[in-house]
Design a protein around this ligand. Structure first.
Ligand code: F6P
Length: 499
């Protein structure tokens, strides 16, 4: 698999012993392969990482120039060479080049002032927030509001991303146009789906007789001039830096609906939690560094065991959007075919991220995880404190099921009837949060961002561009314009649908 790539030659050694054997031979395995950081316990002990694999991966990371790339990232130097820019999401939470941190603080100040103005009724009676954006301009805010905003009672937020009008109609049915604030979130302010949805939302308000509908629009963008040209007054435009990537942007003004729904103090706590995780990533030795260990696990199963996918199951309803958020973060960042220098990658890029919610997923996809022929490294994410006040039996059962699945995947069970046997020795990682509060969630998301970066460094790729999405966008525009003849199959579909 990776044996021919000299960077990973250490993976051609005989495969690690079984998980059971690894535990049997090392009574200290849990303490060596777990990390507690920012109220989060990361347990990597149910993976096949061994001391020699750890040493091999640490050397591979050093050889890949990790120190330099990490320092460049945090210093605001060019980390995204194909687009010639820095990647400064960490500066948004206070960990970055001083001038970038200062600029982020100033822009956060604008955001906070607008939130306070809205709270004071400056934009009229506001109860509903219609957030329109797609990809990184939707997935992050949606996750934050869904995870933390359920009981806040401050504002009712709907995040609409799909250009399918049914998505907007659903929000229209829920919201009173006279009490709605339209938030247009788009880094580029050119994304066709978002601009069409924004236009339709504005028409919905105007048609309902809302006076000065455009006065109830807020824009979140790295191109304030485009929002201004679109018709948003500059007092309601919240800019952010071009150096903050779309899928890394929830810390910037793109987080506006979350800051509004949860309150400014909560938003700041989330930034602080993320900053603390950044410091852990920067300063902790590799062998005790949660994002780095997680990247070693990812690469081990991808490169040495040929795993094509990795599955994330949130055993907490409040985190049900986490797998969707991670799909963009991991697959848009690390689904690449060339290295930083443009040479063919030579090894598989990111695994496919998928997942769901526990315990629901146990009754749908876990059959394959336990008995299927494909290896799927599993990640469980759970929270010790429940998010509700119902009978504690609910949470006991939820967590008990989560822990049972990891144990069952590892232990397996012999049986004379093959249909009833479990091979076992199947790996899992468990991420256990003490509580789901803004600080811990910020730290968790930063963990995932830095793990994605560590994976990119190991592979030698640029995680901050996304040229792979461009071709399809161009073709969709051409279909809309009707000015190109497509291949026979596509043309037949176009003719059948549009006549
Ligand atoms: O199509 C991919 C993408 O560029 C993502 O990277 C981004 O998060 C999304 O589209 C939305 O882009 P924008 O914020 O510019 O509307």
């Amino acid at each position: 698999m990776s044996g021919s790539d000299p960077r990973f030659s250490f993976l051609s050694a005989p495969p690690s012993p079984s998980l059971e054997a690894l535990f049997a031979e090392d009574s200290d395995r849990i303490s060596r392969l777990s990390v507690s950081e920012q109220g989060i316990y990361f347990d990597f002990s149910k993976t096949h990482l061994t001391e020699s694999l750890l040493l091999g991966f640490q050397q591979a990371l050093r050889d890949a120039g990790f120190d330099q790339r990490r320092d460049d990232l945090f210093a605001g130097r060019i980390a995204n060479p194909t687009e010639g820019r820095a990647a400064e999401h960490s500066a948004e939470r206070g960990e970055g080049a001083p001038e970038s941190v200062a600029q982020a603080k100033q822009l956060h100040g604008r955001m906070r002032a607008l939130i306070e103005a809205i709270e004071a009724g400056a934009l009229g009676d506001t109860a509903h927030i219609l957030h329109i954006g797609i990809g990184g301009s939707a997935l992050g805010p949606d996750l934050l509001v869904d995870a933390l905003g359920r009981d806040s009672g401050r504002y009712d937020v709907a995040v609409v991303s799909n250009v399918d009008g049914s998505a907007l109609k659903e929000a229209f049915a829920r919201f009173d146009p006279h009490k709605t604030l339209i938030v247009i979130a788009s880094k580029t302010f050119t994304t066709t789906e978002t601009m069409l949805n924004a236009q339709s939302a504005l028409s919905w308000m105007a048609e309902a007789g809302v006076e000065d509908a455009s006065g109830r629009v807020v824009a979140l963008t790295a191109h304030p001039e485009r929002a201004f040209d679109w018709g948003v007054d500059e007092t309601r435009i919240l800019p952010f830096s071009e150096t903050v990537g779309g899928r890394y942007s929830l810390w910037s003004s793109i987080g506006f609906p979350a800051a509004l729904a949860l309150g400014w103090a909560a938003f700041e706590e989330m930034l602080e939690g993320a900053a603390a995780m950044d410091r852990h990533f920067r300063l902790a030795p590799m062998a005790h560094n949660a994002p780095i260990l997680a990247a070693f696990v990812d690469q081990y199963y991808s490169l040495a065991r040929g795993a094509e996918t990795r599955a994330v199951f949130a055993y907490d309803e409040r985190l049900r959007l986490l797998p969707f958020y991670l799909q963009q973060l991991e697959m848009e960042s690390n689904g690449k075919s060339v290295t930083l220098s443009g040479a063919p990658l030579g090894v598989p890029s990111a695994a496919i991220t998928w997942g769901g919610v526990g315990t629901d997923a146990q009754h749908a996809v876990f059959q394959l995880l336990h008995q299927g022929t494909r290896l799927v490294p599993v990640e469980f994410v759970a929270v010790v404190e429940p998010g509700h006040d119902l009978d504690e039996a609910h949470h006991r059962q939820l967590l008990g099921n989560c822990f049972a699945q990891g144990a069952a995947l590892m232990a397996g069970r012999t049986h004379e009837d093959g249909a009833r046997a479990y091979a076992g020795d199947r790996p899992s990682t468990t991420i256990l949060l003490d509580d789901l509060d803004p600080r811990t969630l910020g730290a968790l998301i930063a963990f995932y961002e830095q793990r994605t970066f560590a994976n990119a460094v190991l592979l030698g790729i640029n995680p901050f561009d996304q040229f792979g999405v461009e071709l399809g966008k161009e073709m969709a525009k051409a279909i809309d314009a009707g000015d190109i003849q497509f291949d026979a199959s596509t043309q037949a579909l176009i003719d059948r649908a549009f006549g």
